[in-house]
Design a protein around this ligand. Structure first.
Ligand code: GLP
Length: 264
């Protein structure tokens, strides 16, 4: 149970004592989303995220699966992003992350777990990204999108830009150049600075915001400022998480007390 619930910019904010408490509630939300989508249209399509934030959520989903309280049959997943270039076999790839934290432990069919391909030749990257969007559309769109927030306010790897809001809202899945703050954060995963990929493939702002429900997780004091700006400031492409305001009514944030520090 959240300690408190707020409503800001059309989003419900559930504030929990700890990330583990939030992730228990988030796992229940994922299970509900799968169930509701399968009842409504015979399949469930989930957009999934990586990073440190959702690790306890995946632990909980795996535990629920082992307790036979959750099945992923009839479910497809599409991950938000992937470094570029990177091999899926690289332990730092998001494909490896998903395998380690979720896929190998549950009944997700391997051909239904989609991650953008960090080995696609650059000449085909745009085509690969466009195909990813078409595959999601062909499955009827995302029923549920899980999101974290970068310290610079990115969602997926949609980094801060100067473009007008109406253009940013239309951004499709594509190859992007990573922002200096993102590169600094990636240094924890890539101890040799020269190994940090400077680019990535990311689900676009448009397909993210088109999801029928969006669950944002944010934990720790470093997320307090971007979260508060996203929910209480103006919509701006300089803080991509603020674009979530255009999905008002479909967004839930599950956060801990530290990340909620700037909200009240
Ligand atoms: C990463 C990912 C995002 C993630 C965000 C926050 O670089 N590309 O999808 O949500 O940045 O990461 P973390 O949860 O580790 O703070």
């Amino acid at each position: 149970m959240p300690a408190r619930i707020l409503e800001l910019a059309g989003a419900d904010i559930h504030i929990f004592a700890t990330p583990e408490d939030a992730c228990r509630a988030a796992a229940a939300e994922v299970a509900r989303a799968i169930d509701a989508a399968k009842k409504a249209r015979g399949r469930a399509v989930l957009g999934l995220a990586t990073g440190r934030t959702p690790v306890p959520l995946y632990e909980r989903l795996v535990a629920m699966h082992k307790e036979r309280a959750l099945s992923f049959t009839g479910t497809s997943t599409y991950n938000l992003d992937e470094y570029y270039p990177i091999s899926p076999a690289d332990p730092r790839s998001y494909r490896s992350y998903m395998d380690q934290h979720l896929c190998r432990h549950v009944d997700l069919a391997p051909n239904r777990t989609h991650v953008l391909d960090g080995t696609v030749p650059e000449a085909f990257a745009a085509e690969h990204a466009a195909l990813y969007d078409r595959m999601i559309a062909a499955e009827g769109g995302l029923d549920f999108q899980l999101l974290g927030i970068g310290r610079n306010g990115h969602i997926g790897f949609n980094e801060p830009t100067q473009m007008p809001v109406d253009e940013a809202l239309k951004l499709p899945t594509r190859l992007v150049v990573l922002h200096p703050v993102t590169l600094a954060d990636a240094a924890a995963e890539f101890p040799a600075a020269a190994d940090i990929p400077t680019r990535a493939l990311t689900l676009g702002v448009a397909p993210i915001l088109a999801a029928r429900s969006i669950l944002v997780l944010a934990f720790g004091p470093k997320k307090a400022e971007p979260l508060a700006r996203a929910l209480t400031g103006p919509m701006t492409a300089e803080l991509p998480a603020s674009l979530l305001q255009s999905a008002a009514g479909r967004v839930t944030c599950m956060v801990d007390e530290a990340a909620a520090g700037g909200l009240e």
